[in-house]
Design a protein around this ligand. Structure first.
Ligand code: FEO
Length: 162
């Protein structure tokens, strides 16, 4: 595999683990706001991100690359309000999409068809991730300052299984 492609794939292992960390911070924020449904929803997100990290990790290992396990940057649990937490998650997903597209660009440039095929799953996944985070913002904005609405949404989000 091309050096640049390897470097970007390796960096993505770290970024996906950071995503898990970031969602854990969001989940903890909601726990502290007495919103267990939101907290559970974002905890599931955090678990998914670990799976994403492991997909990148395993792809590299399967291609005989020694994966560098670099330091993960700290994540916050401190948000102004539920909307701010949801917006931070949405912003992060757009960042991740852009990072995955950068890897795809490098793979295309290098005619690395195997990596392109591998990345296709993530391109599709990011479309879903962005849609989910956008929907979350829309729902919270719709509720506004209505505590009953927030309670109902929390109940709905708590039903997510995976
Ligand atoms: Fe790993 Fe939420 O994208």
């Amino acid at each position: 595999m091309n050096e640049k492609v390897v470097e970007l794939l390796n960096a993505q292992v770290n970024k996906e683990f950071f995503s898990a960390y970031m969602y854990l911070g969001v989940s903890q924020y909601y726990t502290r706001q007495n919103l267990p449904g939101f907290a559970s929803w974002y905890m599931i997100q955090a678990q998914e991100e670990q799976e994403h990290a492991m997909k990148f990790y395993n792809y590299l290992v399967d291609n005989d690359v020694l994966v560098e396990l670099s330091q993960i940057i700290p994540a916050t649990s401190d948000y102004k309000d539920p909307l701010a937490a949801a917006k931070a998650a949405d912003k992060h997903e757009h960042y991740i999409t852009a990072e995955i597209e950068k890897i795809m660009d490098a793979a295309v440039k290098d005619k690395d068809y195997r990596t392109q095929l591998f990345l296709n799953w993530f391109i599709t996944e990011q479309e879903e991730e962005e849609r989910n985070s956008k929907d979350m913002i829309a729902k919270i904005e719709m509720i506004g300052n209505d505590n009953k609405g927030l309670y109902m949404l929390d109940k709905e989000l708590g039903e997510r299984k995976g």
